[in-house]
Design a protein around this ligand. Structure first.
Ligand code: VG1
Ligand code: CO
Length: 540
């Protein structure tokens, strides 16, 4: 039996943003989660007779939220929900399950890299039947629904057991509780040369994987330690905890500092990786070697033919606009197309579905391919391991050879966090008003070639997405990109992306090489005037 609960329109996600990320306490407040779920169901034309995947990254409130979502799906007439055991699924695993089970989509409970816990963040995201984040037409429909919502439906059945693998009847709907890891691990075994990687570990190759107390622990233990024979203890912080043990699961040198310090130490392992809360991002490091996300994408592209799943070659590649253009040089030499999209994985979806690209990457340590429709942290780690196993070279050698062949793209992202929103908005408005007249002007003695606010014309469906960040390109092809983060739940974060290409690969420290661009960026934004500081909080 179900009940119909009268409710009111509410302030949910902003139009165009995929998923809803808010303070956990807000999600726990009466009707809030329910309102968002019913709006989503309504936006996709109801769920009668449909099948979905459900799971999340293990953060606080995930189990309670799963019980609510299951009862609402049942009350709205859904036929089946495939649920990760204990309501756990990494984002890439959820994407894969949607695809192999041909469901009508899935719901992922995560706020990704945002901290978890009762005082921190929770999130819910709908993925469509291709396994990818809902596109803008769906997210806009969800937003429209939040404005007119009047009621939601929920079963009055008791909570079900989420910890045992079983098929459970919930008010006429099947809840199919499955092992969260095995299908995904099998997929990885199809893509990569597990025999070669096993041999690498057997030869004494050492690795550290930091799961940051978030979702990738069980996946990494099964794949790296069990199936590939990495030594026990390779995976640290491997149990998903509701508050991530206080860690901030954003894999970068600042938040993954314990891992970073180990890889930069004298007795560092040969290779290391850390992932984010929901497992779709990766930071890979070699012994005392940092690889920028932009270089990582370029190197995966360069070596793709060595990987069983890509031996036929790549259809094309894509990177988000702020991502450094290292991959462009590789694509050019391979004679394949390289697309530039706005920030956010959903913009790769059409290109992947249409078979125009095989690999994609973002500057925030997100890389992935056409095997699913999300970025995939462990996939990137295995890609690197596969390259190392068959080339028999170190991470540092692979990187040096890449720079020697293609030139070096210095790239860095500077984040300015906890900014009062009004000040950040004023700074961006001021920049926007000056943008069109900047061509030919100079900043810190660098001449501006183009200055624009980025718009993306999707080559597959012809839709346009405007206001996707400000981009200045100088005559020496150096770039500055500025945008405000769209994933925070309070205050504003400015992201400044800085890039300089050096064909001769003259060895310099990245920040030192970028110094003139950094100063130009501060001048461009009038940083000191608007936000009163010029030192970033996080540098990646
Ligand atoms: C950040 C990253 C962006 C990524 C997004 C979602 O967005 O910069 O590259 O796509 O997070 O990733 P923003 O708007 O804060 O810059 V995830 O792994 O947090 O879902
Ligand atoms: Co993520």
């Amino acid at each position: 039996m179900y009940k119909i609960v009268t409710t009111k329109p509410f302030e949910g996600q902003k139009p165009g943003t995929s998923g809803l990320r808010k303070k956990t306490k807000l999600f726990m407040s009466p009707h809030y989660l329910e309102n968002f779920i019913q709006s989503t169901f309504n936006a996709i034309g109801g769920v009668d007779g449909k099948r979905f995947v459900l799971g999340g990254d293990g953060r606080f409130f995930g189990v309670e939220a799963a019980q609510t979502i299951l009862k609402m799906a049942a009350a709205n007439g859904a036929k089946e929900v495939i649920l990760g055991q204990n309501a756990l699924l990494s984002t890439p695993a959820a994407s894969h399950l949607i695809r192999i089970n041909k469901t009508d989509g899935g719901i992922i409970m995560s706020a990704s890299h945002n901290p978890g816990g009762v005082e921190e963040d929770f999130g819910v995201k709908f993925n469509a039947e291709n396994g990818g984040p809902a596109n803008e037409s769906i997210t806009n429909r969800i937003f429209e629904q939040t404005k007119v919502l009047a009621e939601y439906r929920i079963s009055d059945a008791v909570d079900i057991e989420l910890s045992k693998i079983a098929k459970i009847n919930l008010d006429g709907m099947i809840v199919n509780v499955i092992d969260s890891v095995s299908d995904y691990a099998d997929l990885m075994a199809q893509i990569f040369d597990f025999t070669a990687i096993k041999r690498l570990f057997a030869s004494g190759f050492s690795m550290r994987f930091d799961a940051m107390n978030a979702i990738t622990g069980p996946y990494a233990k099964e794949i790296l330690e069990k199936r590939l024979g990495a030594s026990k203890g390779t995976v640290v912080h491997g149990a998903p905890l509701p508050d991530f043990g206080g860690m901030h699961p954003d894999p970068n040198p600042t938040w993954a500092h314990e891992f970073w310090d180990e890889l930069m130490s004298a007795d560092a392992p040969d290779f290391g990786a850390a992932s984010d809360g929901d497992g779709d991002r990766n930071m890979v490091l070699g012994k005392n070697t940092y690889i920028t996300p932009s270089d990582s994408l370029a190197i995966l592209t360069e070596h793709a033919l060595k990987i069983p799943a890509y031996t036929k070659g790549l259809n094309g590649v894509a990177r988000s606009m702020p991502t450094g253009s290292a991959v462009d040089h590789v694509a050019k030499s391979l004679g394949i197309e390289c697309y530039e999209t706005p920030t956010g994985w959903k913009f790769f979806g059409n290109l992947l579905d249409a078979g125009r690209v095989s690999l994609c990457g973002e500057e925030s340590f997100g890389t992935g391919s056409d095997h699913i429709r999300e970025k995939d942290g462990l996939w990137a780690v295995l890609f690197w391991l596969n390259i190392l196993a068959v080339s028999k070279k170190s991470v540092s050698e692979i990187l040096q050879e890449h720079w020697a062949r293609f030139g070096r793209t210095y790239f860095s992202r500077h984040d300015f966090e906890d900014l009062p929103s009004d000040k950040a908005d004023a700074m961006i408005a001021d920049l926007s008003s000056r943008m069109s007249g900047m061509k030919g002007a100079s900043l810190n003695d660098l001449i501006i070639k183009t200055a624009e606010e980025f718009s993306f014309l999707d080559p597959v469906d012809g839709t346009t997405s405007n206001n996707q960040g400000f981009r200045v390109i100088f005559e020496n092809d150096a770039r500055i990109v500025a945008r405000l983060s769209g994933t925070g739940t309070s205050d504003a974060t400015l992201r400044l992306y800085l890039e300089l290409y050096d064909k001769e690969n003259i060895k310099l420290d990245t920040q030192q090489a970028l110094e003139p661009i950094i100063l130009a960026a501060h001048e461009l934004l009038n940083l000191k005037k608007f936000i009163g500081k010029v030192r970033p909080d996080v540098i990646t």
